[in-house]
Design a protein around this ligand. Structure first.
Ligand SMILES: [Zn+2]
Ligand SMILES: [Zn+2]
Length: 251
């Protein structure tokens, strides 16, 4: 499986793009920057978007992507998540007030979006996506993504959590965990309330992870980026790297 980082910043400013990962050519995990980072012809290839949670920095570009590909879709783009998370998108984003309801509006052939609720897993093109709840102030899930050779985890936004790591520990060939650090150590209270990690909180969390995968960190708040880089370096965690925009990985 191939993964490309479209965005992985904890905020928006020039040069900063919010969370979105492209898997192979046609699958997104979150869509914080899908329309901003992908060319129009690349956007036309997106068929499925897995959604970790309803926060704007993870979903905002679904709106612009749907608009961009309106004329050319022959089947709807599938929005995949728990029923609860999808309901939030229906009620609060694609509600004909904030943005058109593209699950109803048709281009003459089909609607542009379709909701695909899942409870546990979905397999697409030989890749299985399993979902597990994580710790965040809104309903939120992390993913175990298992290809033919190996698996990876994308945690979505989370503070300290349990089940996702327990399941990750059972993976035979876990290559990498993509997870978050958002706030510097001095903002531990804010991080706890907001369901995010500080560098110190993340170091403590590592005691739950057993199989020594590579750790790719995203979601640094732009305002604290310099301080966070210092604090993350000071942790001296082997196999920890920050993700880079446009970086490609093969697993
Ligand atoms: Zn969030
Ligand atoms: Zn976020």
């Amino acid at each position: 499986m191939r993964l490309k980082v479209l965005g992985g910043d904890g905020g928006v400013a020039p040069g900063f793009q919010t969370t979105s990962f492209l898997i192979n050519q046609s699958i997104l995990v979150d869509a914080g920057s899908a329309a901003t980072s992908l060319s129009l012809s690349e956007q036309k290839k997106i068929d499925t978007i897995f959604i970790s949670h309803s926060h704007l920095d993870h979903i905002k570009d679904i709106a612009f992507l749907a608009d961009n590909v309106f004329a050319i879709r022959k089947t709807p783009i599938q929005l995949v998540s728990t029923p609860e998370i999808l309901q939030i998108l229906k009620d609060h984003l694609f509600n004909n007030k904030i943005w058109p309801d593209f699950s109803v509006i048709s281009n003459g052939t089909c609607p542009i979006l379709a909701y695909q609720p899942i409870e546990h897993s979905m397999t697409l093109g030989g890749i299985t996506f399993e979902i597990y709840p994580v710790h965040h102030p809104v309903p939120a899930i992390g993913f175990i993504i298992r290809g033919k050779k190996s698996s990876i985890v994308i945690s979505g936004d989370t503070g300290p959590t349990t089940l996702l790591w327990q399941k990750a520990n059972q993976e035979k060939n876990l290559k990498a965990i993509f997870t978050e650090i958002a706030f510097p150590n001095k903002m531990t209270k804010v991080a706890e309330a907001a369901g995010h990690f500080t560098p110190q909180m993340f170091k403590a969390e590592l005691s739950k992870i057993e199989n020594n995968p590579a750790l790719y960190i995203y979601h640094l708040k732009p305002e604290y980026k310099a301080l966070l880089l210092k604090e993350i370096k000071a942790l001296k965690i082997p196999k920890l790297k920050l993700i880079k925009l446009k970086q490609r990985y093969t697993f």
